[in-house]
Write a protein that binds this ligand. Structure first.
Ligand code: 6SG
Length: 210
């Protein structure tokens, strides 16, 4: 029996893909929303390996680093491919997602006002590898690796979701990604979650930019 508790700020940030994974898989978890006031007290920060959130706790077990959390849940819940090669490809995709996410955060938190046009111009270069990976896997009719959902799907889906908010036509040249996003968004538990006030009321980023 899992006893997951997740600590993060009142934003989607780096934790939303984990929320999507747990929600879609029907795995219960307690969400601790950490305001800047609580965070500023410093005691929670002191419990985090790198002084940062997210933090996942499972009883006495504590884990930081958003990608380590995704991989841990992937291993624990059969969301890491059917064999070692698929696991390696899942890692490859997730690392690619994280490269894009890091660029996105730099843009949101540092370059939003001056760099928006350039960021949007460069975006197809970030997204086209995922279109090609989909195309090579069952011609995009399934998930990003193999024929079963993995932790990398939740991370890729959430990355695409935030970019659809930033620039709604960002998938106009990527039909497989567009269909992939629709398929995942229509999974019953994800659909219900995306329709919820809890999801809709939380900003994507801490500086209110999106
Ligand atoms: C911020 O850096 O949300 N975690 C963040 N910031 C607070 O003291 N490689 C790892 C990973 O993948 C990176 C973790 C990441 O898990 S993420 C963190 O802990 C610190 O460093 C972006 C995000 N920001 C929301 C926020 C945090 C600090 C400022 C804005 C909430 C609002 C004000 C304070 C707390 Fe706030």
């Amino acid at each position: 029996m899992t006893n997951y508790e997740i600590y993060y700020f009142p934003v989607q940030g780096r934790i939303e893909s984990t929320y999507l994974l747990l929600t879609d898989q029907g795995i219960p978890f307690k969400k601790h929303i950490v305001t800047s006031e609580i965070w500023g007290k410093g005691d929670l920060k002191g419990k985090c390996a790198f002084g940062q959130l997210p933090l996942l706790q499972d009883g006495e077990f504590k884990l930081n680093q958003s990608n380590a959390i995704l991989r841990f849940l992937g291993r624990q819940h059969g969301l890491y491919g059917k064999d070692n090669k698929e696991a390696a490809l899942t890692d490859m995709v997730n690392d690619g997602v994280d490269d894009c996410r890091t660029k996105y955060f730099k843009f949101i938190y540092s370059d939003y006002d001056i760099g928006k046009q350039q960021y949007i111009k460069d975006l197809p270069g970030c997204l086209s590898p995922f279109e090609k990976l989909l195309q090579k896997n069952r011609n995009g009719s399934s998930f990003i690796v193999g024929d079963k959902i993995s932790f990398a799907d939740y991370n890729l889906f959430q990355l695409l979701q935030v970019h659809l908010v930033l620039t709604p036509d960002c998938l106009k040249d990527f039909p497989l990604l567009k269909a992939y996003v629709s398929r995942i968004a229509s999974r019953p538990r994800i659909k219900a979650y995306l329709d919820s006030d809890e999801y809709k009321s939380r900003p994507i980023n801490a500086n209110g930019k999106q």
